[in-house]
Ligand binder design. Structure first.
Ligand code: BG6
Length: 494
C-alpha cells in the first residue's frame, strides 16, 4: 500500500543512473499522481550544489529523457519542488548530522517512509548503512535499495550482505535487477502461468533448447572505470541473464507472493550445473570488441574506449562479450541446454528469449523432412516488445501439400495502446509500497555468485585473452561454434 508520506533519498543523486533513469521514472509516477502528496526526493552527492542547482540538473535530465508529450509544465514544477540536494562527504560526521536534520525537517517526520537508494559503488553499501544507523534514521519503515552488482564475487557479496543486514532486516533490503521490472519480462510469467497450452510442453520432453541473448550496440562509453573491474559476466550474466533464465525455467509458484516467486527462482539457480575448469574451457566463450563499424559509423576498440576513462587500459583482460552453455539439473529440464550470450558493441540492440521445440515425432507429409523448421517461441524483451510463435502451415494452392514456415505475432505496440513504463517506474513504486517480489533476495544473489565464481576463477588463471570480435558483429566465431558443435545455431531475429 502507498504510504502517506515518503522521503526518497538517492545517494549518487548527480550520477548517470539517477539522472538518466531514477528521476525520470519518479517524474512519470508523479505525472500519474502516484507519489504520496508530500513526498520529497533528496539527492545526496559530493557535488557542491544547492537545491536550485540540482533542480536545474534534473530539469535538463527530464527534458532529455522524458518524451516531450509527457513533459507537463505544472507537473515538472511540482516535481522539482520535491527535490532537495545535500552535499555530503561520507567521512565528515557533521555532514551526516546535516542529513539527519534534513530528514527530520518535515511534517510527520516520524511517520515518513524513508527510502535510501544507494546508486553508488557496492563497496560503500555497508559504510553508508552503518552511518544511517548511527544517526538514527533507520526505523522499521525504512528501506534500502542496492544496485547491482552486489559485490565482486561470492565472498564480497556475502560481506556486503552482512554489513547491510546488520542494519536493515532482509525484508527492508531491495536488491534491484531492473530486468525484472521490464513489462515483457513480467509478461513471461503471465504467458507461462495464465495460459494452459504452453506448460505441458515446457520441459525436456518437448523443448530442444533455450537461447537467451542480450545484445547491445553501445560500447562501454564513459563507464570504463566501473566496467573494467566488472566485465560482461559480472555486469550482465550474474544478474540479468540468470534472472531471465530463472523465469523461463522455474516451477509455477502457488501464487505471486513476496517469497513464492523468489523461492522458485532460487531452486533454479541451485540446480544450475556447476562448471569444472574443463567445462569452463569447453562451454564458455569470452570476447572483447575491437574497432569496427556500428550502423555504418566507425567506432573504437574497447581498449581505446577504456583509455578515455580508466588507467591501465593496456593491461586489461576484461571481457565485453560472454556466450555459454549450461543446464538446469532437475526433473523438468534434464539434458536441455540453455545457451546464454551477451555483449557490447554487437550488430544490434536486442534482448530475446527463444525456446526451440523438438521436431514432431513423425514426418507424415511427403518431402517435409528438412523443410519444416522446429517450432519456436520467440519472446522479444526489447526493443519492439512482443512474442512470436513460429509454426508450419500449408501454402495455399490446389496442388499438393506444400509446407511453409509462418508465425503468430503479438506486438505490444499494436496490441496495447498505453505507453510501456520504464522498468524503474514499476520497481521504484514497489519499493515505496514495500513490495519485494521483484527484487533479489540475499540467497538468490549468493546462489548466482556461487555458480558464476568458478567461471571467473578459471578465466582469471587462464593465460588466454578474451577473443577479439570486430565491433558491429555478433561476437567471436567461437560463440557460433559453441552451438554448431551441438548441431544447433543461434536464431537471429527475423
Ligand atoms: C545495466 C548494465 O545493468 O544494464 C549496463 O550495467 C547495460 O552495462 C544495461 O548497458 C542494459 O540495460 P537495458 O535495460 O538497456 O537492456
Amino acid at each position: 500500500t502507498l504510504p502517506e508520506s515518503c522521503d526518497f533519498t538517492v545517494f549518487g543523486g548527480t550520477g548517470d543512473l539517477a539522472l538518466r533513469k531514477l528521476l525520470p521514472a519518479l517524474y512519470h509516477r508523479d505525472l500519474e499522481g502516484q507519489l504520496p502528496g508530500d513526498a520529497r526526493i533528496l539527492g545526496v552527492s559530493r557535488s557542491v550544489l544547492d537545491d536550485e542547482g540540482w533542480r536545474e540538473e534534473v530539469r535538463t535530465a527530464l527534458t532529455t529523457h522524458v518524451a516531450p508529450d509527457d513533459l507537463d509544465t505544472e507537473t515538472v514544477d511540482r516535481f522539482l519542488g520535491r527535490l532537495r540536494h545535500l552535499m555530503l562527504d561520507a567521512e565528515q560526521p557533521d555532514h551526516w548530522h546535516r542529513f539527519h536534520a534534513l530528514l527530520k525537517d518535515r511534517p510527520r517526520a516520524e511517520q515518513t517512509v524513508r527510502v535510501f537508494y544507494l546508486a553508488v559503488a557496492p563497496s560503500l553499501f555497508g559504510a553508508i548503512s552503518r552511518r544511517l544507523d548511527e544517526i538514527g534514521v533507520v526505523d522499521e519503515r525504512a528501506r534500502v535499495v542496492l544496485e547491482k552488482p552486489i559485490g565482486h564475487d561470492l565472498a564480497s557479496a556475502q560481506a556486503v550482505n552482512d554489513a547491510v543486514g546488520h542494519v536493515f532486516d532482509e525484508s527492508q533490503i531491495f536488491r534491484i535487477d531492473h530486468y525484472l521490472g521490464k513489462e515483457s519480462v513480467q509478461n513471461l510469467l503471465v504467458t507461462r502461468f495464465a495460459n494452459a497450452f504452453l506448460e505441458p510442453l515446457w520441459n525436456s520432453r518437448w523443448v530442444d533448447h533455450v537461447q537467451i541473448t542480450v545484445a547491445e550496440s553501445l560500447g562501454v562509453g564513459d563507464r570504463g572505470g566501473y566496467y573494467d573491474h566488472a566485465g560482461a559476466m559480472r555486469d550482465m550474466v550474474q544478474n540479468h541473464l540468470l534472472q531471465l533464465l530463472c523465469l523461463v525455467a522455474m516451477e509455477p509458484p502457488s501464487h505471486v507472493g513476496r517469497e513464492t516467486v523468489r523461492d522458485e527462482k532460487l531452486k533454479v539457480l541451485q540446480a544450475l550445473k556447476p562448471m569444472t575448469p574443463a567445462d569452463v574451457d569447453r562451454d564458455t566463450v569470452r570476447g572483447r570488441y575491437s574497432a569496427g563499424l556500428v550502423d555504418g559509423a566507425p567506432v573504437a576498440s574497447y581498449v581505446d574506449d577504456l583509455g578515455r576513462s580508466a588507467q591501465h587500459a593496456g593491461s586489461s583482460r576484461t571481457e565485453t562479450f560472454v556466450a555459454l552453455r549450461t543446464e538446469v539439473q532437475n526433473w523438468r529440464w534434464a539434458g536441455v541446454p540453455f545457451y546464454l550470450r551477451t555483449g557490447k558493441r554487437m550488430d544490434r540492440r536486442a534482448s530475446e528469449i527463444i525456446v526451440v521445440f523438438k521436431a514432431p515425432p513423425h514426418h507424415m507429409f511427403p518431402n517435409s523432412e528438412g523443410v519444416t523448421e522446429p517450432n519456436r517461441l520467440h519472446i522479444q524483451v526489447q526493443p519492439d516488445e512482443g512474442m512470436r510463435l513460429h509454426l508450419t502451415a500449408k501454402e495455399p494452392g490446389p496442388g499438393g501439400i506444400r509446407l511453409r514456415p509462418v508465425s503468430l505475432d503479438l506486438s505490444y505496440a499494436t496490441t496495447f495502446e498505453q505507453r510501456l513504463p520504464d522498468a524503474y517506474e514499476r520497481l521504484l513504486m514497489d519499493v515505496i509500497k514495500g513490495n519485494p517480489t521483484l527484487f533479489m533476495r540475499r540467497d538468490e544473489v549468493e546462489a548466482a555468485w556461487t555458480w558464476v565464481e568458478p567461471i571467473l576463477t578459471r578465466w582469471a588463471t587462464s593465460p588466454d585473452q578474451p577473443l577479439r570480435y570486430p565491433a558491429g558483429t555478433s561476437g567471436p566465431i567461437a560463440a557460433t561454434t559453441l552451438l554448431e558443435r551441438d548441431g544447433r545455431s543461434w536464431q537471429e531475429s527475423d
